[in-house]
Design a protein around this ligand. Sequence first.
Ligand code: FSO
Ligand code: SF4
Length: 551
Amino acid sequence: MFCEQCEQTASGQGCHQWGACGKSPEVNAIQDLLIYILRGLAPIALRAGELGISAREIDRFTCEAIFATMTNVNFDQTRFTDYIHRAINYREQLKAQVQVTTGSAQAWPAISFYQPDFEDDLASQGQDLALQFISQSGSDVDIFSLKLTVLYGIKGVASYAFHAQELGQEDDRVYQFIYEALAALDRQDLNLGDWVNLALKVGEINLRTMELLDAGHTGHYGHPVPTAVPLNPRIGKAILVSGHDIPHLEAILQQTLNTGITVYTHGELLPAHGYPKLKQTYPHLYGHYGTAWQNQTKEFPKFPGAIVMTTNCLMPPHGNYQGKLFSLGPVGYPGLNTIPIDENGHPDFTPAIQTALELPGFTEAAPARQVTTGFARNAVLGVADQVIAAVKAGKIRHFFLVGGCDGAKPDRNYYTELVEKVPEDCVVLTLACGKFRFFDKELGDIGGIPRLLDIGQCNDAYSAIQIAIALANAFEVDVNQLPLSMILSWYEQKAVAVLLTLLHLGIQDIRLGPTLPAFISQNVLKLLSDTYHLKPITTPDADLAACLAKG
Ligand code: FSO
Ligand code: SF4
């Protein structure tokens, strides 16, 4: 096998024997096979788009199938076999539609005719295709590096597009670009500059996709408001909801109304508490349990109720909690309980609710503890005058955006130490799951402005960008001239898409860690550091000093 799509890749170079995430070589190969077939579907979908043939079902399917191949999403070979069957059916259906519309047979590339042998081992077929993909790039490691950057970035875009469409937000431009990028992976005529441009285009399209998701969230649930979230449990039956999917959290809240069950968020669903319509409608959306995804094997066994994993990051479950763990959508693991979805796409959480009612729930109270979330763009810009005045008066010296993913490696302690060492006249903005290393620290406030502001999920990078742009406009400077430093942690492919968005916007001096992506070649890294001054993190002290010297 060969996979280097995430930060925990073996020895920082690539997983060859078995995935550090728990993915088997067979699942990895069958994921590669699925991506290959989607690459063959892409030129047909692009032509259909040009002809005005609406293929929304196929667009949505493509995003879900790509999403399933992301790190810590789906480990179940049978689910990928099903995705492959469906991809081929959709491909042939769309070919026929194009032929009817144009009145003639089209000259599709060879990849668009590929037919796997379902009677034979799909994993070995996927492995052959993966080797072919590597050898196609020849000895040009830089082009291969950029191809992988585009592919992994597209995985992030597809995951956000999947979430946005659940909330009724779709844009043809996003779907068409996903096909364009997938189809480009088969092209041999693009040079280094073309691939750099395509990678930056991934960032541009990801910005649009995060904007759609932001519109979906705020349109349905209102703009987040600062909200205190209890970390101590409430006595009674309980369901824990993990992942990123707020509409699925809402469906659970609807289906548990008047059951006496208390609903807790886990991981990237903490920011859901900030959405006023969710809080007002569902008083049993109560608190947050646990920390970041990599601690789930320790934290899930202790949760005394059912657990629903709506998206990544799922780790291979341990036997001591697998029975109370449920998954849905693109998420999967062999033998794991799944939530049934009806023909209209509505999930039925009855199995999880029954499990929650059978389990003891919380039987003892614990001392009150809380964190505050909900500092998205509206909340922060609502006090923009105060913030601007504090900066002008020298009360706020610098902003640090410490955002991104968490992970298991000990060198991620850098981020905790950095936040602890941020001087008292500076504000920390945060987003995504990396914040769980410091989210409950008491950092106090500066003239009523909290020093730790949780903007939200990883996709709320959109909100952070809007805040930065608004502040830059208020100070009549470029975003890069603001007293703002971005110190990011990455783990999986959503983070790749967000990083490409920041580069597309021309953001300079981003510090990235805990290690740089294995798929970035030396020359591509040089290009990024020469053009954008992208750099690896060093030590908290050295990086803080360098950021503060910026002004
Ligand atoms: Fe984290 Fe996982 Fe949200 Fe990621 S829970 S690591 S970047 O899926 O998407 O921040
Ligand atoms: Fe390795 Fe990450 Fe790929 Fe899993 S997703 S196989 S850990 S590189």
